[in-house]
Design a protein. Structure first.
Length: 196
């Protein structure tokens, strides 16, 4: 498939991200309460807390990688995708942080990531991989970013699936559903770019 043929699909990614995650003013298909900073009032369990803590750290890594791509990628499609990721995931970090504060829970977990396998915990994209990405330039940058980010966002989908199975808070589970759907769409778009 040619790059030109992929262009319309890739340009939809920012809209999909903003719509799925409540990141665009007037563009969210979710009720206003689902995208608000106020957590649902039906209680929460340990899984909900762990999911938000892990997802905040995961998002922060994603934003770090996407900021590099927004500046360094040669193609407009990848730059636009990366800019949308930065905007959407930064907003989601703010929302998740507000929920944890409302529950009087820390924003980070004090346990090693491997200790949370039952909560969907998994090794995050490592500092070594991010450092290597930051050193990559030229024509090799975009495939390096896309390959790394496909794997990274697959991790978000797996964490969201665990939250959907084991979480107790309706707001956190609704957020997990939006994450699963939007990141799955995003992965599909990135694979299309890689295979184009």
């Amino acid at each position: 498939m040619s790059t030109r043929a992929l262009l319309p699909a890739v340009l939809l990614v920012p809209l999909l991200l903003l719509t799925a995650c409540g990141g665009g003013e007037g563009t969210s298909s979710e009720p206003a309460s689902a995208a608000s900073d106020a957590p649902a009032s039906d209680g929460y369990n340990e899984q909900d807390v762990m999911f938000l803590q892990m997802m905040i750290a995961h998002h922060q890594q994603g934003v770090e990688m996407a900021q590099v791509a927004a500046e360094r990628a040669q193609g407009a499609q990848v730059r636009n995708l990366a800019a949308a990721v930065v905007a959407t995931q930064s907003e989601e970090v703010t929302t998740m942080s507000s929920w944890l504060r409302a529950w009087s829970k820390p924003l980070t977990s004090d346990h090693p990531a491997g200790a949370h396998a039952a909560h969907g915990g998994m090794p995050a994209t490592g500092a070594k991989e991010i450092k290597t990405l930051k050193r990559t330039t030229g024509a090799g940058f975009e495939p390096a970013f896309l390959n790394l980010f496909v794997g990274h966002q697959h991790g978000a989908v797996e964490m969201a699936e665990t939250e959907l199975r084991k979480g107790g808070n309706a707001g956190a589970k609704a957020f997990a559903k939006r994450v699963k759907e939007s990141r799955t769409d995003q992965i599909r778009q990135m694979l299309g770019l890689l295979n184009g």
